[in-house]
Design a protein around this ligand. Sequence first.
Ligand code: PLP
Length: 411
Amino acid sequence: MGVSAYLDHAATTPMRREAVEAMLPFLDERFANPSGAHRMARDARRAVDDARDRFAALLGARPGEVVFTSGGTESDNLAVFGAGRAGADGPVPSAPADLTARLGTVVCSAVEHHAVLDPVLALGGRTVAVDRTGRLDLDDLDEVLWAEAARAAAGESAGVRLVSVMAANNEVGTLQPLGDVAEIVRRHAPGAVLHTDAVQAFCWADVAELCSVADLVSISAHKFGGPKGVGVLVVRDGVALSPRQLGGGQERGRRSGTQNVAGIVAAAVAAGLTVEARPAEVERVAKLRDRLLDGLVASVPGLVETGAVVGPGGPDRTGRVPGVAHVCIEGVESEALLFLLERAEVFASAASSCSSGALEASHVLAAMGVPSELRAGSLRLSLGWSTTDAEVDHALAALPPAVERLRAVGL
Ligand code: PLP
């Protein structure tokens, strides 16, 4: 096989071999339903409980605070709808305006993944601005929460119910200052629940530390070498949460539905390996990312690193996860570029594709104030545990001629 470069880890990662091996027995002879009463069922339940203990230890949580879900999207929806509307009648909220008056406003950053942004907007919530690097504008957060507190004091609203700020952004990789966010939330909205979507942070940041400042934390196994369709929502003891699914009462009634035993077992294995390797991987992948970005900036005219920060010693990328290299290229359309890159065996993304694979306008780049002519040529190259030097070399060789070719034909 010729050389290729899979640089789409932020979309999904290849499964780690150990995780595949761990899941196989539970697809085969250990297939029982963990909710049953017999010996085979108890075996499956024990496997789920062991995985829960493992996640709890890795996330700095108690086992009872770990809720297994079907992935990041479900964890985020459960957090926003479940905590944002806890106390509403039934799982389906009535008119948002009525509920906001009774239960309080939900707030999130303007650069959240749609799995948070859309539920927040569906509940009539508010968004907080970011700066040109994608970092939350803490003054704007202060202002929004202060204004809501003032309205609550005047009896005009029930205050802020939930604040959701992602740990790391999926398009550009910007890390958010969660400690500062928590402090502002505790100051102006002490009764609010703080949620963080740590789906893109798990490989790179100490998520146990994030868990210590948040009430709810979402992660997703397929972003760290586990299977698709498995996620966790950490729900701190004492946080009121209305379930979104009613049924058999699994996960202590917080998420009904037969657990994906094989997937959960594999996810715990992948999570353990990821946390163990994290310090070395952060260093290794940051070097690869720097080589990729510096090489592209030097070899492709009109290519800019998105939201770049230049320090005294050159580019300062400490505010980003090591796994994401996001650039915008003048005079080039992302879709055409991705097509040519694919032909050169480079698999990347524009970061804002929807489920059909078509490209949609990026609300993240718009919120960062990236000019629309640059946004049209956005490219996310994302790296992870399987990324090699050879893949970076391959991408560095493939990109300049692809851009040149598109410019020659005006695409
Ligand atoms: N949140 C973030 C930040 C993500 O990057 C993603 C996936 O891209 C999700 C949530 C959704 O996770 P899942 O694909 O597991 O539903």
